[in-house]
Design a protein around this ligand. Structure first.
Ligand code: ADE
Ligand code: ZN
Length: 330
C-alpha cells in the first residue's frame, strides 16, 4: 500500500502555507533575520507541538510565522513545501495564506504576495505541481479589518482563486463575515470557509446560507445534524477533511474513530488534506498512510478521494483533465 500511495497522484485542497514551516527552516530564517526563538533547538520546538485544542495550536502557529519577514522568506517557505510535497507524489495544492497575520507584524502584503507568487510560478514551470491561492481572513479579528485588507489587495485579485475564513472558530460564526463574503462575490471571487472543525454543525449551514461558499474546510461536525448532512449530500459540496490535524487538535480522540468512513458512507464529497503539516505530523502522503493503517482503506477509496479533489481543485480544465487521466492510470 505504501508504494501505491507514494506513486498515486495526490491533490490537496486545504493547506496553510504558514503551517508548512518546519522547525529546521524556522531556525534558519530566525538566524538570517536576527530573531530570537523561544526554543533552543529544533528538538525542543518539535516537543512543544502537543496541543489540547485549536487555540493552543494557533498560539504556536502565529508565533512560528514571526520569522517570515522578507520576500525571500515567503518564497523559501513555499518552495520548501512544494518540493517536499512533489517528492511525495503531490501534483496540486490549493494553498491558504493569512495576510492579516503578517500585516499585524508590519509585513506589507506586497512582500507576502511577491514571495508566494514567485514560488507558485516556479512550481508550475519546473516541478509539475499546480498551485491555487486562497487568501484567508482571520475570523477572530473584526470584519471591518478584513474588508480593508480585501480592498487593499485589489492589485492581487487576479492572482487569487478564492477567499477563505480560518483561525479560532468558536464564538466567531460565519455570519460575522457576511459583508466580507458579499463583497468577495461582487468582485467575482470564489468563497470557501472553515466550518464544523471545532464549531457546531450550524456553522456549516451558516457558511452555505450566508457566505455562499463552494467548499467547506473540515466540516467533520456535520454528522451532528441530519439536516446538514443531507444538504451536503444533495449539493455535493466538497469537504476538505484533515485527518492528522483532527487528531492533533483533539477534534477526534483517535484516527481509528475518525468520522471519515461515516462521511463516505453517507455519500458526501470528501477529500483529505494536511492542513498544517509541520505541526500535525506530516504532509499529504503521511495523511494517506495513516488513514490506510487506521481505517483499512483500499486503493479504490484513495482513488475516489483524489478524484473528488481533482474535480474541485482551483486549476485549469486542461490540467484537471491531465490529472484525472494520471489518477485513473495509477
Ligand atoms: N486547522 C485550522 N483551523 C483554523 N484555522 C487555521 N489556521 C491554520 N490552521 C487552521
Ligand atoms: Zn485549516
Amino acid at each position: 500500500m505504501h508504494e501505491f500511495l507514494l506513486q498515486l497522484p495526490k491533490v490537496e485542497l486545504h493547506l496553510h502555507i504558514e503551517g508548512s514551516l518546519e522547525p529546521e527552516l524556522m531556525f534558519e530564517l530566525a538566524k538570517r533575520n536576527g530573531i530570537e526563538l523561544p526554543y533552543a533547538t529544533v528538538k525542543e520546538a518539535k516537543a512543544a507541538y502537543e496541543f489540547s485544542d485549536l487555540q493552543g495550536f494557533l498560539n504556536l502557529y502565529y508565533q512560528g510565522m514571526n520569522v517570515l519577514r522578507t520576500e525571500q522568506d515567503f518564497y523559501d517557505l513555499a518552495i520548501d513545501y512544494f518540493q517536499r510535497a512533489r517528492g511525495e507524489g503531490v501534483v496540486h495544492i490549493d494553498m491558504h495564506f493569512d495576510p492579516q497575520a503578517h500585516l499585524q507584524r508590519g509585513i506589507p502584503l506586497e512582500v507576502v504576495m511577491a514571495g508566494l507568487l514567485r514560488a507558485k510560478e516556479e512550481a508550475e514551470a519546473s516541478l509539475d505541481l499546480s498551485v491555487g491561492m486562497i487568501m484567508a481572513f482571520l475570523r477572530d479579528r473584526p470584519v471591518e479589518e478584513a474588508l480593508r485588507v480585501l480592498e487593499n489587495a485589489a492589485p492581487y485579485w487576479k492572482f487569487i482563486d478564492a477567499i477563505g475564513l480560518d483561525s479560532a472558530e468558536r464564538d466567531n460564526p460565519p455570519a460575522k463575515f457576511q459583508a466580507l463574503f458579499k463583497r468577495a462575490k461582487e468582485i467575482g471571487l470564489v468563497r470557501v470557509a472553515h466550518a464544523g472543525e471545532e464549531g457546531p454543525a450550524d456553522y456549516i449551514a451558516e457558511a452555505l446560507d450566508i457566505l455562499d461558499v463552494q467548499r467547506i474546510d473540515h466540516g467533520v461536525r456535520c454528522l451532528e445534524s441530519d439536516i446538514v448532512v443531507e444538504r451536503l449530500r444533495e449539493s455535493q459540496i466538497v469537504l476538505t477533511v484533515c485527518p492528522l490535524s483532527n487528531v492533533s487538535l483533539k477534534v477526534v480522540d483517535d484516527l481509528r474513530n475518525h468520522p471519515l468512513p461515516q462521511l463516505l458512507k453517507k455519500g458526501l464529497k470528501v477529500t483529505i488534506s494536511s492542513d498544517d503539516p509541520a505541526y500535525f505530523g506530516g504532509g499529504l502522503l503521511a495523511n494517506h498512510l495513516a488513514c490506510a493503517d487506521a481505517l483499512g482503506w483500499d486503493a479504490d477509496v484513495f482513488r475516489l478521494l483524489n478524484r473528488n479533489a481533482i474535480e474541485e481543485a482551483f486549476t485549469s480544465d486542461q490540467r484537471r483533465k491531465e490529472l484525472m487521466h494520471r489518477l485513473e492510470s495509477a
